[in-house]
Design a protein around this ligand. Sequence first.
Ligand code: IVH
Length: 681
Amino acid sequence: MEDIKQKIQELTDKLNEHNRRYYVNSDPIISDYQYDMMMKELEALEREYPQHKLPDSPTQRVGGFITSKFKQVKHEFPMISLANTYSQEEVTDFDNRLKKSIDGDFEYVCELKYDGLAISLIYENGILTHAITRGDGIVGDDVTANIKTIRTIPLKLVGDYPKNLCIRGEVIMPHSSFLKLNAEKEDAGDQTFANPRNAASGTIKLQNSKEVARRNLDFKPYSVISEESNTSNHYDSLREARKWGFKVSDFMAKCKNINEVFEFIDYWNAHRKELEFDTDGIVVKVNDFALQDELGSTAKVPRWAIAYKFKAEAALTELLSVAYQVGRIGTITPVANLAPVLLAGTTVKRASLHNADIIEELDLHEHDFVYVEKGGEIIPKITGVEVSKRREGSRKIEFPEYCPACSTKLVRNEGEAAHYCPNIKGCLPQIKGRIEHFISRKAMNISTMGEETVSLLVDKDLIKNIADIYTLEYEDLFGLEREFVDEDNNVVRTISLREKSTENLLHSIEESKSRAFYHVLYALGIRHIGETVSKKLTRYFKNIDNIINADFENLIACDEIGDIIAGGIIGYFSDEDNIEIVNRLKSYGLIFSVEDFSSGNNIDTSKLKIDLKDKNVVVSGVFKNFSRDGIKDFLDAAGAKVVSSISSKTDYVIAGENMGPAKLEKAKKLGITVLSEEEVF
Ligand code: IVH
């Protein structure tokens, strides 16, 4: 037993060390494969001996479901805010005030102001025990399980750390994670986040820490609170924190006077766009702790610090009209059409207004002059109205009560910001939107069809739903023609189905019948089911009937499926029309199952594209269409010798996703042919 305990301790320490090297210091010394193997070993031991699992175990980084709402925890020291200003004069005033109260010279520290959400981390004897949101500054939410998934936050400190320590900082979502998340949300028909800050705070409040882990948040420490500190100033305290395992920003500077502070401000005002995360200003702090104490705080903010906020690049322009777009799941998105204006190098003609609340908050009126800004999003947003330029008698912009496309009364679900058109089956943009989603690249990839052709086919009554696509015949299509114009009546595209293009279209429709199950499931356009979720579902349930027949409990038993996704699936299949569409698609020959050879004896080895008889084959990784055991059975039936490790005797490696890089390297070194799933089956 002692051995097991020691082994668990050893693996925990090693993995935490390698994690820090990889994520904090960017200096890994083992391969991903070795790391994964150690992790698997620890997971297995913890499963068998849960009593020995350590509080800093790295297995917590992958997350799980949180069963209850977050606990409320009181902050030991209140989390106060900062005085904000957009004016350099006010920063000079701040400096003058301090000079009056402080005898002699003093130093400032300048840091980036990270745009995320504040978190207070509590370490007891070097172990992370609590992570609490700011809340109202006095009491916050205990979000420890979610915070533990952030790789740059140490679960256990190293070096000479204080026994009782509080580290405060900002949880942020880097641009790369934000763009990926929003692309996935759009894919799944879900509302996207307006900016990385909202995405970070939305993520930290999730009840599913596995999902938090997947979203790749980061942490930027900005203050060290400890009574046992051996440093006398802020700058050194952050340097110390770096030694304990925190990823402290390199972008901070000690400044001897206010001119140096302005140099820092000017530098980052020009260069902030190059950062991989959002910063909305610079925080200027008195460096010396004793001076900080002497200056003290008002009820809300410290007297020893100030935040200078950058002005976003903005332009003033006229609102021409508001258009209401209907999405494929019926969401109504208001979009402002603007008089063209130059902003940060591009001409802006449109801006997203997101939802009715935003229009209301802006108190937008017809032909108002509005300020547009570019944030994290590609589409700019309206941040304010120049009321002094409002025309007399101009009317308030009212969100429509009825669908702009089909005139059905719109609905708004309790607690949701978006309005929906409930006429799912009769509303033209929704019908077209579903078909456009079905043919898109990640779905059925019917690349010769395109948005305009869909529009043409629906308008000509040739298709009404996704299943109708497979009934199209040459005679229906040949000779169809239409010109498409933009809002200024310029022809942007001409569709004209001649012999070749008709054949190409029918060919890609036919080709799509061999798309793997997970593409097909994704293509159905079920709410909240993006590509990743679709893969999880198809791997777990194996065929469509298992998914259709699954109840809520069965669905959430699948990895990463929570109640919202489960609700989307149940809602979709409880509609008889959808079942009929699936049945029709089945009858046209689309794939609705993951082939699993292990289940039957009637293995058809003629499907194999390569002769593997008497060959030594290694199967590694996760496969899209087959289970690994299924593949092994299949290869067995085809006369191959399936072996577990790569050696000079190996003839082929069949590699799925996530194959360990060390294995791949070994195969390359030995000159072994590595085949993908598609090359074999
Ligand atoms: S220091 C007592 N430093 O900005 C002073 N705050 O507007 C504590 N923030 O609540 C804050 N970057 O969430 C500090 N480098 C930085 C910061 C920073 C972002 C946030 C923090 C704070 C808010 C105040």
